[in-house]
Design a protein around this ligand. Structure first.
Ligand code: CO
Length: 162
């Protein structure tokens, strides 16, 4: 299991690098990321949240499948909804974030093959949250300034007690 990185760690605030080699190291990273996410009871985890500078996220689907997304990009977004979001890099803190209700994501699998995935609801929210991570955007930046100030202060207190 990897060690989690907590906000405002600098690694959560810079974009990650694209994956260019589809090898055993990549397979190991993805397997360890999935193990870390499951162990931490999360439904999504990006590589920079475990200190790895690569464009990879893993997630758990509604059907409890565990999938990796390599070099993911959002190519289409539809609708919007305001929902409470949390993150393994901000334990116990939840703030409302406006997200598209449907997304189309292009990504690669472990063998380098390209896939296009259409997602809605909670799965669409997870993908947007994780792809934000990979672009160096933390979800606190997506809420209003009142919630952002509260969350940043509250998280500091939570992390002091960890
Ligand atoms: Co997160």
């Amino acid at each position: 299991m990897y060690k989690l990185v907590y906000y405002p760690d600098a690694r959560l605030q810079v974009p990650t690098k694209p994956v260019v080699e589809f090898n055993d190291e990549l397979k190991n990273i993805c397997a360890n990321m999935i193990a870390t996410m499951v162990e931490s009871k999360g439904v999504g985890l990006s590589a920079n949240q475990v200190g790895i500078d690569k464009s990879i996220f893993v997630m758990q689907t509604k059907k409890k499948e565990l999938i990796e997304f390599i070099n993911p990009v959002i190519v289409e977004m539809n609708g919007h909804a305001l929902l409470e979001e949390g993150c393994l890099s901000a334990p116990t803190i939840y703030v409302p974030v406006s997200r598209a209700t449907e997304v189309v994501v292009k990504a690669q699998r472990l063998d380098g093959s390209e896939v296009t995935v259409v997602a809605e609801g909670i799965e669409a929210v997870i993908m947007q949250h994780e792809i934000d991570h990979l672009n160096g955007i933390f979800f606190f930046e997506k809420t209003n300034s009142k919630f952002r100030k509260w969350a940043t202060k509250q998280l500091k207190k939570v992390l002091e007690k960890l």
